[in-house]
Design a protein around this ligand. Sequence first.
Ligand code: SF4
Length: 314
Amino acid sequence: MPVREPIVLIEDIKQLKRETDTAIFAHNYMDPDIIEVADYCGDSLGMALAAEQAKQKNILICSVRYTAETAAVMAPDKNIRLSHSQAICPVTGQMSAVRVRKYREDNPDVCIMASINSSLEIKAEADICADAENILRVASSVKKDKILFLPDESLGNYLKENMPEKEIEVWPGGCPVLRSVDISDIELARQKWPGVPVVVNNACRSEVRKLADFCASTGEIVEYCNKSLHEVIICDEISIHGRLYRKYPERFFRQLAPSKLICNSMRLTTLEVVERALKGEAGEQIILPFDLAESARAPLEAMIKAVSRKRKTK
Ligand code: SF4
């Protein structure tokens, strides 16, 4: 097939979506072109809730595996396909379910809270799940005084710093992309763009977060930038800058540490991959072991109950 311009490919994908009755859900970290063909764009929780409510039977998740698995748990009546079978978040391999199970045996009084960025096996061991945007709200709903938060050490530390009334335990681990940013990157950006506010993802290291003017989840960063009429330095995965730059070409969004803030797993999904996945030639149909899915559903539902608010759509 001859090489097609993105604009042509986008139209072909939209046509294919109609023919196959498929909804496309794109993670916040997808390229702007993928968001262009998506019916929904948001975080993993948002996508899982949107999958539950979608009128289409077929849903193509453009993200990494744990997002597609979470959607499959929450919407078992839908056909969930992951755009690229190798799109695996390295965080999901950082912790074993066996270790968590052993911890529970030894610490029955501790609430185990799993990040939504965890494997299905870890979720299945947890009491409740949490995402970056709602972590404080979810933790507030926990009755127990002590919480083990895993597998993201940075987000766990964020929880610890913002919820001194609870005893929070964290284990080493977390997003290698966001954790690659260090103090020198912030200092360099401040030298380059003096006086410009720096917005930092709350899954970055504590020392980096402490230097931020605004620290929040990706969804909240996008919201902040949507409202800001001024220059902003963004410390989040590089796709966020690309998306905002496309939406507001007249504004000045600056990317902090552009060579570090790239998630290779998210970048695997291109327009060509989306088209092939819609044709069933790429990606993977998500089929989960029933018992594992049921065990993971309870902590996800506990999170949704704790959050219980309307989610934003694209
Ligand atoms: Fe995983 Fe980090 Fe990539 Fe998200 S950005 S998929 S947490 S490696």
